[in-house]
Design a protein around this ligand. Structure first.
Ligand code: NAD
Ligand code: TDX
Length: 356
């Protein structure tokens, strides 16, 4: 039996992690702490909320340390999986302060609350506890030479305000492990794709635009490379590392699945057109090259050998299968998409939970 605090569980990856933990571990109590920012959507967890008695939602901000202290004490939290973050690179270029606030200061507040509670008499000491921080491959910067990969010992070299804030939070997590003996573990994952991703990110944005015949804004030349992993495989890796990863270690997560943006976009167009019953080539003309993202990282590629060799994890889904499944999900769940693009879900939460 455990009492697990998952932060950011109403977001894209967090909702898949909450689902997996609630279903696979009925003996665990799972507390989903989420501020419900524009990216948080409880609709992502409708099925879990109705089927899993061990699921509990707490609306709150990871920057509010008094609230965190109460959560740790009231629910006797003995494990943390920390996903809450501002996660979109383009937004970080417009408003870096929001990223420092949530990703850096919010992570420190969470670390401090865990440390205080676990080192108190009521908390029972650090033994058997776990603070698991979810990070990204972007902290390693940008790869230029083909055939090179990020490994766990690659030096940090973040290039965007987003990745700088994630890198900073990773450093604080390690510092709390080193200085206070907090039992921490970190993983750095490559780009995720799958159901429930907020449609500001490449894949859901483009699927929705294809559906509506809108332009597909390709940044720069479209030659930037990303390494894509199906979100449920990331959630499975998080399960593996949470339970069997070694204290103080870092694990890279990725599926050795690199795509140039433009090639991926062509696959999306072909697949979406087929599923929509459009003739081949129907949406090709939607591709629109636009000004490049400032400081756009050229290439990410993760080497996840350590995770595979040490803990036996490997992806379950081939990309061709995963991308078709994903496109089908967005096309079949138009209402989910419309609720977001119309702003209806924000209004619903404002009424339910007051001012966001
Ligand atoms: P997301 O933007 O979809 O979800 C973030 C969630 O955090 C939302 O539910 C939001 O409401 C919540 N949140 C934001 N600020 C908060 C705060 N101050 N207090 C409480 N909750 C708050 O993000 P995602 O894509 O699911 O990413 C989740 C985590 O995984 C992030 O830490 C991100 O850096 C990391 N990551 C993402 C990817 C990817 O491809 N999306 C890859 C590697 C790592
Ligand atoms: O409209 C677009 N046009 C475009 O060409 C968008 C939104 C993106 N792009 C390009 C930029 C990137 O090269 O597509 C690629 C993917 O972009 P995003 O979906 O914004 O993801 P990325 O910037 O690679 O970052 C993602 O992966 C690592 C997540 O958003 C991060 O949260 C995660 O840490």
């Amino acid at each position: 039996m455990r009492n697990i605090l998952i932060t950011g569980g109403a977001g894209f990856i967090g909702s898949h992690v909450v689902r997996l933990f609630c279903k696979n571990y009925p003996d665990y109590q799972v507390y989903n702490l989420d501020k419900l920012t524009y990216a948080g959507n409880l609709e992502n967890l409708k099925d879990v909320a109705s089927a899993c008695p061990n699921y509990h939602f707490i609306k709150g901000d990871i920057c509010d340390i008094d609230h965190l202290r109460r959560i740790f004490a009231d629910h006797r939290i003995d494990g943390v999986i920390h996903l809450a973050a501002e996660s979109h690179v383009d937004r970080s270029i417009k408003d870096p302060f929001a990223f420092a606030q949530t990703n850096v200061l919010g992570t420190i507040a969470l670390l401090q609350a865990a440390r205080e509670y676990w080192s108190s008499e009521a908390g029972g000491g650090m033994a058997g506890k776990r603070f698991y921080h979810i990070s990204t491959d972007e902290v390693y910067g940008s790869l230029h030479d083909p055939g090179t990969f990020f490994v766990e010992t690659t030096a940090y070299d973040p290039q965007s305000p987003y990745s700088a804030s994630k890198a900073s939070s990773d450093h604080f997590v390690r510092a709390f492990g080193n200085t206070y003996g907090l039992p921490i573990v970190i993983s750095n994952c490559s780009n995720n794709y799958g159901p429930n991703q907020f449609p500001e990110k490449l894949i859901p944005l483009f699927i929705n635009n294809i559906r509506h015949g809108k332009p597909l804004p390709v940044y720069g030349t479209g030659e930037n490379v990303r390494d894509w992993l199906y979100v449920v495989d990331h959630a499975r890796a998080i399960d593996t590392i949470f339970h069997r990863g070694r204290d103080g270690e870092t694990y890279n997560i990725g599926g050795f699945n690199e795509w140039r943006n433009i090639d991926l976009i062509k696959v999306m167009i072909r697949t979406a057109d087929r599923l929509l019953g459009n003739p081949e080539g129907h949406s090709d003309g939607l591709i629109t090259y636009v000004q490049d993202r400032a400081g756009h990282d050229k290439r990410y590629a993760i080497d996840s050998t350590k995770l595979h060799e040490e803990l036996g994890w490997e992806p379950s889904l081939q990309f061709e299968e995963g991308i078709e499944k994903t496109i089908r999900w967005y096309l079949d769940n138009q209402e989910w998409m419309d609720n977001i693009t119309s702003g209806a879900y924000e209004k619903y939460y404002a009424e339910m939970y007051g001012n966001r």
